[in-house]
Ligand binder design. Sequence first.
Ligand code: BDR
Ligand code: CA
Length: 311
Amino acid sequence: MTPLIIDTDPGIDDAFAIALAAASPEVDLLAVTTVFGNVALSHTTANALRLLALCGRPDVPVAAGADRPLVHPTVHRASTVHGNDGLSGAADTLPAAAHDVDGRHAVELMADLLRQATEPVTIAPIGPLTNVALLLAVHPELKPKIGRIVAMGGGAKGGNTTAAAEFNVWSDPEAAHRVLAEEDVPTVLVPLDLTHRCAVDAAWLDRLAAGGAVAKGLSALTPSYRETYRRVLGVDGMVLHDAIALAEAISPGILRTTACPIEVDCSHGPGRGATIIDQRGYVESPRRLIDVAFEADTAELGEFVLSRILG
Ligand code: BDR
Ligand code: CA
């Protein structure tokens, strides 16, 4: 079993990602750490606790981390997509939290778990990269304990929050630059280019709604999120961004990757938060390469996620 830490801002697709990991025997879910993002940290933390209650996993510690970006004072929200509570206004339909939040800061919980780990740990950041940037900055000695970072974020062809920037990177470009461009931990990036192509359809959502308690609980969170994707992308279904990253964290190689150098635009112009992913291949870059997931068998992925959540 691969030890796994999810760093998250739930978020509806985050909810699917957590449920997928909680139900997957290949991983040992060591912790869920929370960050500001789709909604404020107080909501993302409360949502993580409720989601673990839904999944019957009160054994998984939850620790709260950063409530704002590293440098820039502006905090962006995605409540138009995820609702004011982060879960379509349906957070209250989930079971009440079955455990208390851990007293440690998310970075300190991650550090403690890495120190204790006897096998390389996968870290899956599926929100702004602030906590992970802080972890790598404060505890560089623990980098050898990280097997892989598998992050959802960015886009080679532009963004979903601005023309240039994807939400997680846009929320804290300086943190994203640190993690994706400056550090040397093996990293897989799962960008919008792939997640948009992996949208699940109405039949998938019907099967989810007819499933067991976890599946039904997740299904109740989807209507307004689904409506957003119908309006924005013309999809009759839903985009599972973060769950696609978790599929790779759980089953390495399920996504096909290309090794590319990457930079994040940290300027304050219209390009802020853009991920500049160099796919030319023929240019020698002084930067390290990260594995960017551009391809996958989309039908296989949809089944992978659904079969786990249905149990
Ligand atoms: C990312 O932004 C958030 O709204 C989602 O949860 C996902 O992590 C997609 O751009
Ligand atoms: Ca997220």
